[in-house]
Design a protein. Sequence first.
Lengths: 268, 404
Amino acid sequence: MSRIATVFSALRDSGRTALIPFVTAGDPHPDATLPLMHAMVEAGADIIELGVPFSDPMADGPVIQRASERALAHHVALSDVMDMVGRFRETNQTTPVVLMGYLNPIEVMGYRRFAEQAAVAGVDGLLTVDIPPEEGDGLVAAVKACGIDPIFLLAPTSKRVRIERITRAASGFVYYVSLKGVTGAANLSLDAVRDKLAEIRTCTKLPVGVGFGIKDAATAASMAAIADAVVVGSALVSCIEDNPTDAPAAIDRIGSLLREMRRAMDGG
Amino acid sequence: MPENETPLTELPDDRGHFGPYGGIFVAETLMAPLEELRLAYERSLDDPEFLAELDADLRHYVGRPSPIYHAERLSRELDGAQIFLKREDLNHTGAHKVNNTVGQALLAKRMGKTRIIAETGAGQHGVATATVAARLGLECVVYMGEVDVARQEANVYRMRLLGAEVRSVASGSKTLKDALNEAMRDWVANVDDTFYIIGTVAGPHPYPAMVRDFQAVIGREARAQMLEMVGRLPDALIACVGGGSNAIGLFHPFLDDREITFYGVEAAGDGLATGRHAAPLCAGTPGVLHGNRTYLMEDLDGQIIETHSISAGLDYPGVGPEHAWLKDSGRANYVAVTDQEALEAFHRLTRSEGIIPALESSHAIAQAIKMAPQMAREQILLINLSGRGDKDMHTVAARDGLTL
């Protein structure tokens, strides 16, 4: 069983929801990422989503855009991100790591070369924001051949026929974008999310994560009641932005925010 | 071309591919609105009422057909091929951009959208969008990079006069590509009531095909006008290429005229060798940006790099995917012209013909100035004079050390 499947199976047995923090690799500095990853696991993260910096993050709000800019100021490339995962794996063989980013850096590296290097580094899943399954055959085949789960987004605008198509191509879990907007937006409707999750679950047995708009323990807990995983990104990245030159302080704040979320999600 | 390949005129395929280029590379939220747009657009193509309304707008509002002008004095000076200009600079708002915004705005109205958004670089597409939005009484927001807002003040003011809100974009390189990112983000958040008018033949399907079809009026008219004026077709077509909408608009109706050569002219900026340019077809590599696969200015890590051109309208790191395919298939030639050569062409056309071209179009003129002397006097070069130079007075004056 893959690391991702193992995590979801254990959580299901204990009746808990996965907490998935997102941070951009190399933000605010390449040296900060490895300790941050370990600190997040310690604070209760079940899976880590590691953002691959890109110059044109079209689906991201201002907070994560600036995270990319800070990382790119240190020239953090896709291969550097995979190196970070490799170093994380030296001491952690259980927490799944999902790379999240845009297609072009992978396109330039080559699908096969990327998949092979990612698998060697210990990457478990790949979420490419700007590749719908219609264009994704080559990339999906390449990562699956190396045992990496292709993770796809579903949106409020996804109709049933697309949900079926996307969940057929996906493995590991699917990621429901809880609102029409970019990352970090704030107008989340719990009822609308609940209805859509019910529709998605009639199409797939895969775990369904929810992200975009989860900013504190209360929203995390309310989502945890209806989803299999809760993804939190901009709220964590804001802690880095507030402490741009003090990585240990940022890591501390991210740790406490995750612990609060974890406690609220597990029922207090 | 191998026999099993789709003829160029029948592209893109039903998912927006021109060979390996084009396609739809966007986040899931935009898949549904793009499908809605594609269906609305395809219906409009077969709708006589839509086509009649578009035709009437182009005639009475834009001022089409735009004339073709034989630049006899310039041709004599160059002592070679005869130079003809397709006068898109004479359109309402001063460039070819309005052909497309009129078309997309009609579509927006039919789809019941109440809000228009657009990206702009030099401001010409922003002005053309604000213009049609004003006419239809639609709310209009134009995204423009902070750098471009500063260097194109007059166009920012024009857009505001027309009732548009101009939002300055401070992310990334603060230019056209970042304005496009920001417009996409707006669209994701407001898909229900908002129509995104993309200004060039890039972006996800159906934009490259749709914008081309709205701009192809340039080539259709030019073809008929040449036959009427001189009884034959030109030997070569020349147009500048940023995103590539004026070039594809001219080229497309001539695709089957295999004896006619096409020249797309990119911005070489300070020179291709300096790296300070905006010439992805001449000096870039394929990749994926802004919803489509095409040639890009990118580094070895796949990050998009900053471009440079004296002409804000050509200052873009990508190019329409149909141009990428016309390049690979050998149907069109792509060359590049430096800032300096474009400026010389700007002055030359102004002095020999009394026509002040946009700096974008000056790149095409510069290519004609290079080619004409090598050709016979009976040969014909047809250039798309895509816009007028009024907007560039400050830039040109600054080069001459003057402040206006």
